[in-house]
Write a protein that binds this ligand. Structure first.
Ligand code: ADP
Ligand code: MG
Length: 398
């Protein structure tokens, strides 16, 4: 689960991270009120969406010369104008994809005079099984580009969970950022605060880009925080920070049924059990010249209700021109799955071609149920056969 910048900053401030003052706003009037509570004379109005690259982003509704989603304002009038430009409009950044994201919330914060920008992030490093601190002098930039072009400028320091964060970790971060003296001490302190926040909230990611020197102080100017969904039950307070308008409606619906669903750009809807089989199914669709419309893993215990929900979610995507069901009946028997597929196909009034490949326990009974259902279900014998058939069926319909 991800949260907005303003929520992340409030959270990190509680753990002792140095964050400039700021207030969230849902309307233009609230944005002006928020600015009035700040000392000024420089304000920053920031679009709150769950995506980075806002500063360099563009609003769909405004011209190509209009400014992006992070704007400096020197007067309350400028704050008002920036808020009017952003609220309700669609911000497209390198992280949102071409559709962009509608801006429904703003954050109005103290503008600071930046001397230098750094990058500092904490994440779980699966290779070492530790929390890794990633530090770079190349702040305020797209970190993927830095990692690609100048990997030597990225320093990774891992923390042994048995010892936890130690003073030497902070010193190494400061050294990686090229800091000495009091600034080095401040950077070390920030590192400690972020580590405490990471553990205390079961975070999966804390990214500060930029961490800046401004007014002789180290300050957190942007913050992206994500939490481990499996640990959220331990943090009811964090769960309240969830902004469902930021999530894909189909993915949200899928999460209610415990389905692992990710929307993709292709034409073939996929319903599969097991993530590995789902990946293989997507690959073989591509091999046959079309693209998957989604990743969907219905899981091991796919009930009729789950299968129906999965069908509805797949069909809610207008791009879907055909569905490929690829289920391995292991714990679940193929006949039960076939009954679920038939019931679901009838219930949702299926209007696109459906190819079903079943394998495993009671496979013959399953195939018989599909064949006698009276539905135009195309049976397939194996994965290759299934992919060929769905591509052919979709092309036939045109
Ligand atoms: P994003 O990463 O989504 O573009 P940031 O919050 O990083 O958004 O803002 C983009 C840039 O705007 C920063 O790299 C920084 O240079 C500037 N900026 C952000 N916050 C402030 C602030 N409070 N005062 C001055 N400049 C800021
Ligand atoms: Mg940023």
């Amino acid at each position: 689960m991800n949260i907005h910048e303003y929520q992340a900053k409030e959270l990190l401030a509680k753990f002792g991270a140095p964050v400039p003052a700021g207030h969230a706003a849902l309307t233009v009037a609230e944005a002006v009120e928020a600015a009035k509570k700040l000392p000024g004379p420089l304000y920053v109005v920031k679009a709150q969406i769950h995506a980075g690259g806002r500063g360099k982003g563009k609003f769909k509704e405004l011209g190509p010369d209009a400014k992006g989603g992070v704007r400096l304002a020197r007067t309350l009038e400028e704050v008002e104008a920036a808020a009017k430009d952003m609220l309700g409009n669609t911000l497209v950044t390198i992280q949102t994809g071409p559709a962009g994201k509608q801006v429904n919330r703003l954050y109005v914060t103290d503008g600071v005079d930046i001397e230098k920008e750094f990058y500092l992030a904490l994440l779980v490093d699966r290779a070492t099984g530790r929390i890794a601190i990633v530090a770079s002098t190349e702040g305020g930039m797209d970190i993927e580009t830095v990692a690609h072009d100048t990997p030597e400028k990225i320093h990774t320091i891992t923390v042994d969970p048995a010892t936890g964060i130690q003073p030497h970790h902070g010193r190494r971060v400061a050294a990686a950022l090229g800091l000495s003296g009091d600034l080095a001490k401040q950077a070390a302190k920030v590192t400690g605060a972020l580590y405490k926040a990471f553990l205390g909230t079961d975070a999966s990611q804390i990214e500060i880009n930029p961490l800046a020197i401004a007014g002789g102080q180290i300050q957190v100017l942007d913050a992206k925080v994500g939490f481990d969904g499996n640990a959220l039950f331990r943090h009811p307070d964090l769960m309240e920070l969830r902004d469902e308008t930021e999530e894909d409606p189909a993915e949200l619906e899928a999460s209610k049924y415990d389905l692992a669903y990710i929307k993709l750009d292709g034409d073939i809807g996929c319903m599969v059990n097991g993530a590995g089989l789902a990946m293989a199914t997507m690959d073989i669709i591509k091999l046959n010249g079309m693209f998957p419309a989604n990743f969907l893993d219905v899981g091991g215990g796919a009930s009729k209700e789950k299968v129906t929900a999965a069908f509805k979610i797949i069909l809610s995507d207008p791009a879907v021109k055909g569905i490929l069901v690829n289920i391995f009946g292991g714990i679940m028997r193929c006949d039960i799955i076939a009954e679920g597929i038939v019931a679901a196909a009838k219930e949702v009034n299926l209007a696109v071609p459906l190819v079903v490949r079943l394998e495993g326990t009671n496979v013959q009974q399953g195939k018989d149920i599909l064949a006698s259902s009276g539905l135009a279900i195309v049976p397939a014998d194996d994965l290759g056969d299934a992919a060929k058939k769905i591509v052919a069926e979709v092309k036939k319909v045109g």
